[in-house]
Design a binder for this molecule. Structure first.
Ligand code: ADP
Length: 466
């Protein structure tokens, strides 16, 4: 149980951040301590060596002034009050013979042959060495210097005081580092806990949402920058999901509503035909009506699929070169009979050509939908005008009509799926044309704008990069 808890903890961000913090601190603190310690060690040793060298100079002077006996008398006086285990002196010949020595019983044999021959070669520079004192846990610093032309003075002192002092430093630093490690682990844990707590909140909200609380949002306040960004992105994603859910719901309602009418009509036709004695012509008429209703349904379903595909980015833009003017003229020809039937004056103001590089088929559907609407929602004897021009590397297209217009309150909704303004309900349609126009315009990186006044007419303006 405890083992599992520990192993679970090991995989948490909190644990890893805390450990990372502690390890970083241990490495930095230890490196800092080592640098500081070795600096103190070097300074201490330098001081000891300087003192020993100063002693050598003093002894050399006494030797010159008072000879060997004078030197040894001075040394004997100096050592009289000292512990022989802490200091020693001896005078040697270059061949290694001991001429004079203090009590060296606690020093064992101090090897000197190597230093002697070195000194022989260079008599001016004293030689300093650190040796281990037998049966003691401290070391000693020993100096050897030429005294006159045929003698060597060797003297040494234990480093126990310096080593003790360095040990106090070591112990103090170890204690300090240990305390700092505990404190830094605590601080690391606290900091990690703070950031992880905010991430936990995001997770908690995600869990609540997965249980159906779609209105929940991550509270954005004084979190760390990254967590705040995560929260904002998460909330934005939720807004989008909620928006999509709402659209889906509205779409479902609309589909149910809009499918129900044609299906009810098909059923009505079939029922009428069944319940009365009918001639062959009546059956033919029923078949024609049924086919018309089915065509409406199929067209509606296909348009819905096209919109969904365009919005989801499944149906990629197929770039090709085409002439927008030729495309507009084709559309005009297609709708001219419809316009003529309503005695609508269909005019155009177009350049000779307007080359474009974009999705031709999508552009065709955009133009036909807008043109069809303009003719459809313009009463008899009205005017529909289509203009196109190129400006700043963009192709601009404007469709104006003198039709029924769109009320200000309806304008923000005309691109919604199945939205139909009240005053246009007498005309045939399902409210999907402009949704498709908008979805296609956006996939083609174009812009669409509408300007309209009720009973005065509408202006649809579009622009696309050429
Ligand atoms: P549909 O024409 O099938 O109803 P659309 O999506 O093409 O669907 O248009 C949505 C609504 O916008 C229409 O029902 C109509 O109310 C309004 N509308 C579109 N174009 C015009 C226009 N040129 N003049 C007036 N109203 C328009």
């Amino acid at each position: 149980m405890l083992l599992r808890k520990i192993s679970n903890l090991k995989d948490t961000l909190l644990f890893r951040l805390t450990i990372l913090h502690a390890i970083t601190f241990i490495i930095l603190a230890s490196a800092g301590f080592l640098i500081f310690y070795f600096r103190i060690y070097a300074i201490t040793m330098e001081n000891i060596d300087e003192e020993l060298q100063a002693d050598v100079e003093d002894y050399a002077e006494i030797m010159t002034e008072s000879g060997v006996e004078g030197l040894w008398a001075d040394i004997s006086e100096e050592i009289a009050s000292e512990n022989p285990a802490e200091e020693f002196y001896r005078l040697l010949s270059y061949s290694g013979d001991i001429l004079k020595t203090t009590d060296m019983s606690s020093w064992g044999s101090v090897d000197l042959h190597e230093s002697l021959s070195e000194l022989k070669a260079n008599k001016t520079e004293p030689i300093l060495a650190t040796i281990r004192v037998p049966d003691q846990d401290y070391r000693a610093r020993v100096v050897m210097a030429a005294m006159g032309s045929n003698m060597v003075l060797q003297f040494g002192e234990t480093l126990d005081e310096a080593e003790e002092y360095l040990e106090i430093f070591r112990n103090l630093f170890t204690l300090l580092v240990a305390i700092l490690i505990i404190v830094s682990t605590g601080i690391g844990w606290f900091l990690a806990r703070r950031s992880v707590k905010d991430v936990d909140k995001v997770t908690q909200t995600a869990e609540e949402i997965s249980m159906g609380a779609y209105d929940q949002r991550v509270e954005i306040k004084d979190q760390l920058k990254e967590v705040k960004r995560l929260g904002i992105t998460f909330n934005r994603m939720l807004d989008r999901i909620q928006g999509l859910l709402r659209t889906m719901k509205e779409m479902n309602d609309n589909i149910a509503h809009d499918l129900r009418s044609p299906l009810a009509r098909i059923r009505g036709i079939a029922e009428m035909t069944l319940t009365h004695d009918k001639s062959f012509t009546d059956y033919q008429e029923m078949a024609v009506s049924t086919m018309e209703e089915c065509d409406t349904l199929i067209e509606m379903i296909n348009t819905m699929l096209d919109i969904t595909e365009a919005e989801a980015g499944v149906n990629k833009v197929k770039i090709e070169s085409f002439d927008l003017v030729a495309l507009i003229l084709e559309a005009c020809e297609l709708f001219r009979p419809m316009a003529e039937e309503k005695q609508i004056h269909l005019k155009s103001d177009l350049p000779k050509t307007l080359p474009m590089n974009n999705d031709r088929k999508k552009m065709q559907r955009i133009v036909t939908n807008i043109l069809e609407n303009a003719i459809k929602y313009t009463p008899a004897k009205g005017v529909v005008e289509i203009e196109a021009n190129a400006q700043d590397g963009h192709a601009h297209l404007v469709v104006k009509d003198t039709g029924i217009g769109i009320a200000g309150a309806d304008l923000p909704h005309i691109f919604d799926r199945f939205y139909r303004c009240d005053q246009s309900r007498s005309e045939q349609g399902v409210g999907l044309g402009l949704s498709l126009v908008k979805a296609y315009t956006e996939t083609m990186n174009g812009i669409i704008k509408v300007n309209s006044n009720i009973n005065q007419g509408s202006i649809f303006s579009l622009s696309f990069a050429q």
